[in-house]
Write a protein that binds this ligand. Structure first.
Ligand code: GTP
Ligand code: MG
Length: 714
């Protein structure tokens, strides 16, 4: 398959299909010169002029390209009122520096799947857009797909649809929500639509979805922004609006727990002590922070008497900012799970402690609470959980930030955090910048980074009483222990500045009250365990600790409740029990659904594995056959070549011999002619001699006769 050559018309700037005259303006091209493809075409002076000369399609393409990138390399957020903007209707006043419609014939589209058969081949899948590098005359093409380059059969691809527009991924983007499209650097994406929220919609192979416009560039354009750009918050009304990042879809599918029964009595003070919860078979947590009862395991409790030696630290920050790694650096061991991942690694709060300099440092790690894609309820849940773990209150909030620009999302989340805990949180906060190793490699200091970054980062640092610390969690040995010692010193200074007091607010107080009430019940009530753990519970507890409901059941309730309040309690307990039963039924149903799904999944997996194994063995066999056939073919080809050479040699030799024989024959003919001539001469001479002799003999005879006659006479 060969792609038609095209020329760029110098006169109108359009691409011409033929090589003699421009198909758009009719201008004649100079002979033999095929114009180079233009990487960058200056925008036509007026689009109206352009539209006169070029086709509607060209016009549409050019404008569409200018849509997703401005000269700064940032996405066009646009001011248009419409949510979705069709490419063909874009405003014409944007920079056209990215016009590159001519480059589209550099691409071919895969129409069949092709699997790499030999080293150097390129695996392609139907729908892939491949950047063409070279065409070979053996029916193969050479192309690039993402970062891979290699050969593929020309018959497996077709020329790209002229109507399509393409962009090239310049950064990896992992699907964050349903409807997103995962893209990898180098991927060529067929553009479907650009949106005014900084997102685009595109297709790779058979997959379609959204991706940030700043993660792609117009094809063959140089990337202008070296820093990883901000992923803009995507408008959720476009499709499934439930934010799921960091959450398991299965959790979302679980039924929400039914609401907690409400007391009929309005005067809460009159009904005796706060109603303590009995832990249900799930971790029962309500989303309502003010009425929440906590049900953590007894061994997790640390709220008891204030321990003078103890400093409690809560690590807060965005997913992947390095909270767990910082926690590990402090405790001196890899106790918190820390890893590179597109998803949240830490799923729920965890705590470990370490003794240093005669003090006990309790470190509480949290999931990425700054992730605004998490629902408010989940965030609240986790805030309450970490509040409970830090009871009677944390001494220090470590706000962990990576050394990069503060995104709008992070800024919002930080503000939200200060709103949740109150501005007094600043007195107890320390901003920790991780990845100072990278800063060091770039030859910068933390101070210069902060100065360069400016507001709103500097505003937050100010709110935290100008306390920040640069951390390199990759360092080891002496350097690490020195860094951690310095960090602990800063933490101790914060505690000192706050006269040893820990942070407290409404949330912490409520958590404390609930915990006290709960423990009072455990101690004074039925010594039998209130809740017997069953085998499956661990898994369910995990499932419900995010979406757990408020259901609380108390089997035994004669725990100092006055007789006057007994009927109210009976009514409440009844409500609780019925709700508990409902939840139990839901759990049973879910459990059996899980089991049946697991069975189907296992069966499918088994089937899949068998099929895969069969296909693999067939593939191996076919590959072997192909290799053998190829070897045979090579052998036969070599033999043919050899025979051809022999034939040519023989032909050449015969031709020479014939020439020699011809020459000799000619010589012989010549000689024969000479001999014939000589023979004829001799014949003539012989005849002449014979005539002469006969003449002479006649005259002699005459003479003899004459003499004889004379004698006789005499
Ligand atoms: N180079 C470098 N990498 C770091 C540093 N701190 C953390 N990382 C890396 O950053 C990645 C994320 O770190 P985590 O500690 O898992 O981040 P997290 O904030 O706990 O993330 P979640 O648990 O998902 O919320 C890991 O691969 C760490 O090795 C640092 O100071 N320097
Ligand atoms: Mg973590």
């Amino acid at each position: 398959m060969s792609l038609p050559q095209k020329k760029v018309c110098k006169s109108c700037g359009n691409l011409s299909q033929i090589l003699d005259n421009c198909t758009h303006c009719g201008e004649k091209f100079a002979d033999g010169v095929v114009a180079e493809r233009k990487k960058k075409i200056e925008p036509p002076p007026e689009l109206s002029v352009c539209s006169e000369k070029s086709t509607t399609k060209d016009y549409k393409m050019k404008r569409s390209v200018s849509l997703y990138s401005t000269t700064s390399g940032k996405p066009n957020t646009g001011t248009t009122k419409h949510d979705d903007i069709d490419i063909s209707n874009q405003a014409s006043n944007r920079s056209s520096n990215y016009l590159n419609v001519e480059l589209k014939d550099n691409y071919v589209e895969a129409i069949r799947d092709f699997d790499k058969m030999r080293p150097g081949d390129l695996t392609i899948r139907t729908g892939d857009i491949i950047t063409l590098i070279r065409e070979h005359d053996d029916g193969y093409m050479e192309g690039r797909l993402g970062k891979e380059e290699g050969f593929f059969p020309a018959l497996y691809v077709k020329a790209c649809n002229e109507q399509d527009n393409y962009v090239e991924a310049i950064r990896d983007f992992d699907k964050m929500r349903p409807g997103d499209l995962t893209i990898r650097t180098g991927d060529i994406i067929t553009l479907i639509r650009a949106h005014d929220d900084g997102y685009m919609e595109g297709r790779i192979g058979k997959e379609e979805g959204f991706f940030p416009a700043s993660y792609v560039k117009a094809c063959n354009e140089k990337e202008s922004a070296p820093v990883v750009p901000v992923i803009p918050p995507r408008k959720l009304n476009r499709n499934l609006s439930f934010p799921t990042a960091g959450l398991d879809q299965e959790l979302i599918d679980l039924p929400l727990a039914p609401p907690r029964p409400i007391r009929k009595d309005n005067n809460c003070d009159d009904v005796g002590p706060a109603l303590p919860p009995k832990p249900s078979k799930k971790n029962d947590e309500t989303i309502d922070t003010t009425k929440r009862y906590l049900s953590f395991k007894k061994e997790d409790q640390i709220y008891n008497a204030e321990n003078e030696d103890e400093i409690r630290i809560i690590l807060l920050g965005k997913t992947g900012s390095g909270k767990s790694a910082t926690g590990n650096s402090i405790v001196g061991e890899k106790l918190f799970k820390s890893d590179i991942s597109g998803k949240s690694v830490t799923k729920k709060c965890e705590k470990f402690d370490v003794r240093s300099n005669g003090r006990n440092f309790v470190v509480i790690d949290t999931p990425g609470l700054f992730d605004t894609t998490l629902s408010q309820d989940v965030v609240k849940n986790e805030i309450i959980r970490c509040a409970d773990m830090s009871l009677p209150g944390p001494h220090v909030f470590m706000i962990v930030l990576q050394i990069t620009r503060l995104t709008a999302e992070e800024t919002d989340a930080l503000e939200q955090l200060f709103e949740t805990f109150g501005t007094s949180m600043g007195k107890y906060s320390l901003i920790v910048f991780t990845r100072s190793d990278e800063l060091k490699r770039a030859g910068k200091s933390i101070q210069s980074f902060i100065e360069e970054t400016g507001s709103p980062l500097t505003d937050f640092i100010r709110k935290c009483k100008d306390r920040y610390f640069a951390m390199d969690n990759t360092t080891t040995g002496q350097a690490k222990s020195q860094m951690v010692t310095e960090l602990l010193k800063v933490i101790e200074d914060i505690v000192k500045d706050n006269n040893g007091h820990h942070f407290t607010n409404k949330i912490i107080n409520e958590a404390c009250q609930a915990r006290k009430a709960y423990d009072a019940l455990i101690e004074t009530d039925d010594p039998q365990p209130l809740y017997i753990k069953d085998e499956d519970e661990e898994g369910f507890a995990d499932d419900f600790d995010v979406y757990g409901g408020d259901s609380v059941s108390v089997d035994s309730h004669d725990s100092g409740v006055s007789m006057s309040n007994q009927p109210i309690y009976d009514e409440i307990y009844e409500g609780y029990n019925s709700k508990e039963n409902e939840i139990k039924n839901l759990i049973d149903k879910t459990q059996s659904k899980i089991k049946s799904n697991e069975t189907i999944r296992n069966r499918l997996q088994e089937q899949n594995e068998n099929d895969m194994a069969k296909i693999d063995s067939q593939l191996t066999k076919k590959k072997k056959e192909a290799i053998e056939i190829k070897a045979d073919l090579d052998r036969v080809t070599n033999h043919c070549r050899m025979l051809e050479q022999q034939r040519r040699d023989l032909e050449c030799k015969t031709r020479n011999e014939i020439q020699e024989y011809d020459f000799e024959l000619k010589q012989l003919h010549k000689r024969r002619r000479e001999y014939q001539n000589r023979k004829a001469g001799l014949e003539r001479k012989k005849i002449e001699s014979r005539q002469k002799i006969s003449k002479e003999s006649a005259s002699l005879q005459t003479k003899i006769n004459t003499l004889q006659n004379g004698c006789l006479i005499m």
